[in-house]
Design a protein around this ligand. Structure first.
Ligand code: FAD
Ligand code: UDP
Length: 397
C-alpha cells in the first residue's frame, strides 16, 4: 500500500478562508486575479506569486481547487477522481521538474482493456488484441503488420475516420472506434479532426501500455494535495465557490481559464464543448475489473468507460470505487470539440482575446484546445515567461 500514508495526509481538510477574510480580501486590490483553480490557473498563480512577488487572488466557481484533476476520499474512504480518470504522462522534463516542486510521485503505467464481443482485449490495438479477437497466432511484428495491411484502406487522412480505417480497416474501426466516438462526441468520426482518434495508436508488438511517454507517474498524495502546495504561498489568496461575474475585485491583470466564449458573453454564438455525466459507485468487493479503465465501444451501452480508482492510486481496501462516464451535450464543459467549423468560431473569439493585453487566456477551455494536463502546464509556464518581463517593468505598481 505504497501511498496510504500520503493519502491520509491528503485527506486532511483543506485550509479554507473564513467568511470574514473573504469579504476583506474581495474589497482589496490585487496585482492579478486568476479565474479558475485548475492546472492553468494554479500554475499561473504560483508563478506570479513566487516568481514575480505579485499578490494574487484565485477564484473558482466550484467548491474546490484542482479543476478537473480534483481528487478526494469518497464516503468509503477510497481516493477517487471526481471528474474521471486523470493519468499523468509527459515527455517534458521541464513540466515534470516544475510539478515535482509540489509533489512526490508514484510510478504508474496505464493499461486499458476494451470490452468487445464478450472479451476484454487490449486497446490500443496490438498483436494480442488481434490474436485474442480472431483466435490467431500472429507470432511477430511482421505477421501482425501483414494482417493489418490486408485490411487497411489507404486513403488521404483528414478525419478521425480516415486515421483508423487507413491503419486497420473498416471492421476493426467499427468495433473499437466508431461506436465509442459517436457516444463520446455525439458525432461520427468522419466529422471530427484526425487528431482525435490519432491519440490512440495502432501497434504490431505486444506493448499494452496506453501511453509511451518518457514520464508516467501519479502524484503520490493525489492531485488535490499537489495543488494545495502549489497555492500555499503568502501572496496567494484562494476563494472557491466564487463566480467571475460576481467578483468585483480590482486587479491589474486577469488570468482567465474558463470557456473563452463565456468571457465574451457568447457574442458570436456558443462554442461547442462536450460534457459528461459521472456516475460514481462503491462496490463491496476488493477489485471490480482487472485494470484501471475498461472501454465500452458498443453503441447500445450508454457509457464509454468504467474506471476503478484503486488501480491508479495503489490504495488497498476491502471495498472499491468506480465511475461510469456518460457523454452528453449539456452540462459542465469538459472537451473542446476538434473540427474545422468550431476552430473557425474559436478564431473569432481568439481575436477578441488578443485585443485585451491585460487578460491572459490560458488552458483547455480558454484556448479551446484538446490538451492533456502536461500540455496545459507547459502552456501556462510559457504564458508566464511572456508576462514576466511586463510585470517586472511595473504592471502592478
Ligand atoms: P480546468 O481543470 O477545467 O479548470 C478550469 C477551472 O475554471 C474550473 O475549475 C472551473 O470551475 C473554473 N471556472 C471556469 N469558468 C469560471 C468562472 N466564470 N468563474 C469561476 N471559475 C470558473 N489529462 C491528462 O493529462 N491525462 C488524463 O488522463 C486526462 N484525463 C481526463 C479525463 C477527463 C474525463 C477529462 C474531462 C479531462 C482529462 N484530462 C486528462 C485533461 C485535463 O483534465 C485537462 O488538461 C486539465 O485539467 C485542464 O486544466 P485547465 O486549468 O485548463 O482547466
Ligand atoms: N477512442 C475510441 N475508442 C477507444 C478509445 C478511444 O474510439 O477505445 C477515440 C475516441 O474518439 C476518443 C479518442 O479516441 O475520444 C481519444 O481517446 P482518449 O482515450 O485519448 O480520450 P480521453 O482520455 O481524452 O477522453
Amino acid at each position: 500500500d505504497r501511498t496510504f500514508a500520503a493519502m491520509k495526509q491528503a485527506m486532511a481538510p483543506a485550509p479554507v478562508n473564513n467568511v470574514a477574510t473573504a469579504i476583506l480580501t474581495r474589497r482589496a486590490h490585487y496585482d492579478a486575479l486568476v479565474v479558475g483553480a485548475g492546472f492553468a490557473g494554479s500554475v499561473l498563480a504560483e508563478r506570479l506569486a513566487a516568481g514575480s512577488g505579485k499578490r494574487v487572488l484565485v477564484i473558482d466557481r466550484r467548491p474546490h481547487i484542482a479543476g478537473n484533476a480534483y481528487d478526494h476520499a469518497d464516503a468509503a474512504g477510497i481516493m477517487v477522481h471526481r471528474y474521471g480518470p486523470h493519468i499523468f504522462h509527459t515527455n517534458s522534463d521541464d513540466v515534470l521538474a516544475y510539478l515535482s516542486r509540489f509533489t512526490e510521485w508514484c510510478p504508474y503505467e496505464h493499461r486499458v482493456l476494451a470490452s468487445v464481443r464478450d472479451k476484454l482485449v487490449p486497446i490500443p490495438i496490438n498483436r494480442t488484441t488481434l490474436n485474442t479477437l480472431y483466435g490467431l497466432d500472429l507470432a511477430d511484428e511482421a505477421q501482425a503488420a501483414a494482417f493489418l495491411a490486408a485490411r487497411a484502406e489507404p486513403r488521404a487522412i483528414e478525419t478521425s475516420e480516415d486515421v483508423v480505417v487507413a491503419a486497420v480497416g473498416r471492421e476493426l474501426y467499427e468495433t473499437f472506434f466508431q461506436g465509442y466516438t459517436r457516444k463520446q462526441w455525439g458525432l461520427d468520426p468522419s466529422q471530427l479532426d484526425k487528431a482525435v482518434t490519432a491519440r490512440v495508436p495502432t501497434r504490431t508488438d505486444t506493448d499494452d501500455r496506453y501511453f509511451l511517454d518518457k514520464h508516467q507517474v501519479m502524484p503520490a498524495a493525489g492531485y488535490t494535495a499537489m495543488f494545495r502546495r502549489m497555492l500555499d504561498h503568502p501572496n496567494i489568496t484562494v476563494e472557491t465557490g466564487v463566480e467571475f461575474a460576481d467578483c468585483d475585485v480590482r486587479a491589474d491583470h486577469v488570468v482567465f481559464t474558463g470557456p473563452v466564449d463565456e468571457y465574451f458573453g457568447h457574442r458570436y454564438g456558443k462554442l461547442p464543448y462536450r460534457s459528461l455525466q459521472f456516475r460514481h459507485e462503491t462496490h463491496d468487493m476488493a477489485q471490480f475489473q482487472p485494470v484501471a479503465v475498461v472501454n465500452y465501444p458498443a453503441p447500445d451501452v450508454p457509457y464509454t468507460r468504467i474506471t476503478e480508482y484503486k488501480h491508479l492510486t495503489g490504495q488497498v481496501a476491502p471495498r472499491t470505487s468506480i465511475s461510469y462516464e456518460i457523454p452528453q451535450a449539456e452540462g459542465d464543459p469538459y472537451y473542446p470539440i476538434p473540427r474545422a467549423e468550431n476552430q473557425a468560431l474559436y478564431r473569432r473569439y481568439e481575436a477578441l482575446a488578443d485585443a485585451l493585453p491585460d487578460v491572459s487566456f490560458v488552458g483547455r477551455l480558454a484556448t479551446y484546445r484538446y490538451y492533456n494536463m502536461d500540455q496545459v502546464v507547459g502552456q501556462a509556464l510559457a504564458t508566464y515567461r511572456r508576462l514576466a518581463p511586463r510585470l517586472a517593468s511595473g504592471l502592478a505598481e
